[in-house]
Design a protein. Structure first.
Length: 176
């Protein structure tokens, strides 16, 4: 068995992991996920929000065995070499909590400590039939970024937040 992961190219987050028999991961991520990898989260009352990550924003890698990546893939990241190839060892990402706030005019992402260098952030927010794809970065020496999006006060959404170097979050959030 070989562990293969699908990861977000911009942030390095593992968004899916699978154990394969044979030579390892297929070279093309679309062979594994199709046009998009759907991540799902319950938003209450039997409703599920689907947050699709486009295959063009994902890559696949064969990595060293890490059983925890199968049950908690968002806790891990892929580092790439200077020539763009994924390293075989997964990186355990820094944990953080309570750093996601949805308001009528945006999504604020706050990590535990100020980042040393600009940190890419990718976020998906469900909204009925659509998904808002938000991208930005936490500036160096800061711990927060606000990504603009227009939402209805009191509404509930599925949210995926990927901040490079930090554990990914897939959760339900209400607009305040």
């Amino acid at each position: 068995m070989a562990l293969s992961v699908v990861y977000a190219v911009d942030t390095g987050h593992v968004v899916g992991a699978l154990a394969l028999t044979g030579a390892g991961a297929p070279p093309d991520v679309a062979a594994l996920v199709g046009r998009a990898l759907p991540l799902r989260v319950s938003v209450g009352e039997g409703r599920i929000a689907t947050l699709p990550l486009s295959a063009r924003d994902l890559a696949v890698a064969s990595v060293d065995d890490e059983p925890a990546a199968l049950t908690a893939p968002l806790d891990f990241g892929v580092e790439v070499t200077s020539d763009g190839k994924p390293k075989p060892a997964l990186v355990r990402l820094a944990s953080w909590t309570d750093g996601i706030a949805l308001t009528q005019d945006g999504l604020t992402v706050t990590v535990k400590v100020a980042v040393a260098r600009p940190t890419p952030v990718l976020a998906l927010v469900s909204d009925e039939q659509d998904t808002h794809v938000l991208a930005g970065e936490i500036p160096a020496q800061q711990a927060q970024v606000k990504l603009p999006v227009t939402l209805v006060k009191g509404s509930v959404h599925g949210v995926l937040v990927l901040a490079a170097g930090w554990v990914g979050h897939l959760e339900k959030a209400a607009v305040t």
